[in-house]
Ligand binder design. Structure first.
Ligand code: 13P
Ligand code: SF4
Length: 328
């Protein structure tokens, strides 16, 4: 593959629009023994063509056990990186290498290494939304599904640094009564919700339940009827008898919520301005066209050194072991 075709971080190859991309992608998947793993925040058409759609924990579990030769990761960079770390013998592709994460970016590994030195007797728990370099400085990785259980599995007097999400960290501190030292990072999408507008919306829809991701700020979490991961939010809405929900997380999840619950209505929580900020700009860089080119030409590929894979793998495997002990 010519370097210049990848200079933008994705394959800049014109698409033949007479093709049906859905059937072409399905054909390529079979030919190449490839699997598409997609996060709930992806565009609806990408979710619809994926072999597995899930939250960060489910996607890691799936990446670690797949028999496919190629994993196309429809998500952001840290997710594809995690898949490569867990399945180093497989080719892991990301449709657009620019699909980063503001939360992962908020915690550069060199700065964190200095911070860690200030707290020498602390164990490090890092949210999976961080770079592979940060994972090498971590004892246990967690996701929003298992974070509380992982923290609670440690002795009450264990000193802990939690990185990079201060909102998730504060939520766990509140729930567990711990006093973890928090790195000051946050997700740009989950910090944008307006409490005032959500309260107004609740007044207009008195029966609606507020479902929130723990990456949201504490003022939103305080008024939420349910707090959980994307999978948790989807399951809660499906089991609930309520008919209306305000969804305080990235709006992509609503596609699966609506599919599973055609008679219920889902309202995206409003941001504090008029833009479509509860769409994650990083997640939304992936498109069906880029995914097609990526699978067809097998690029861009995630490439990591053996040493980085070795060191970043330990805390992720610890998370997977603990999660299976918890029955997750
Ligand atoms: P989960 O899907 O694991 O809840 O994570 C949400 C998220 O922010 C992914 O970037
Ligand atoms: Fe990162 Fe937030 Fe986008 Fe998730 S929604 S990928 S945490 S910026």
């Amino acid at each position: 593959m010519g370097e210049n075709l990848l200079s933008k971080g994705f394959l800049d190859v014109p698409i033949d629009y007479s093709l049906n991309l859905f059937s072409e992608i399905n054909k390529l998947k079979k030919e190449k023994n490839a699997i598409i793993l997609a996060h709930y925040y992806q565009d609806a058409d990408i979710q619809d063509i994926a072999d597995y759609i899930g939250d960060s924990l489910g996607l890691s579990q799936e990446a670690s056990k797949t028999n496919a030769d190629i994993i196309v990761f429809a998500g952001v960079h840290f997710m594809a990186e995690t898949a490569k770390i867990l399945s180093p013998g497989k080719k892991v592709l990301l449709p657009d290498l620019n699909a980063g994460c503001s939360l992962a970016d908020s915690c550069p590994a060199e700065k964190f290494a200095e911070f860690k030195k200030l707290h020498p007797d602390h164990l490090v728990i890092s949210y999976i939304n961080c770079t592979a370099d940060l994972k090498t400085l971590t004892d246990i990785v967690c996701t929003s599904t298992n974070a509380v259980q992982i923290v609670e599995s440690l002795p009450i007097d264990q000193k802990i640094i939690f990185a990079p999400d201060k909102n998730l960290g504060a939520y766990i501190n509140k729930l567990t009564g711990r006093n973890m030292v928090l790195w000051n990072g946050a997700c740009m999408v989950h910090e944008i919700f307006s409490l005032e507008k959500i309260l107004k919306l609740k007044n207009q829809h008195p029966g609606a339940l507020l479902l929130a991701h723990p990456e949201c700020e504490s003022n939103v979490l305080e008024i939420a009827d349910y707090i959980g991961s994307t999978t948790g939010i989807l399951r809660y809405a499906t089991k609930s008898d309520a008919k209306e929900f305000i969804v305080a997380t990235e709006a992509g999840i609503i596609h699966q919520m609506q599919k599973a619950n055609p008679n219920k209505s889902f309202i995206p929580a409003p941001p504090n301005n008029s833009c479509a900020c509860n769409d994650c700009p990083h997640m939304k860089l992936n498109t069906l066209e880029k995914l097609y080119n990526c699978l067809k030409f097998e690029a861009p590929e995630i490439v990591l050194s053996d040493e980085l894979i070795e060191n970043a793998k330990r805390p992720i495997l610890r998370m997977l072991e603990l999660s299976s002990q918890f029955g997750l």
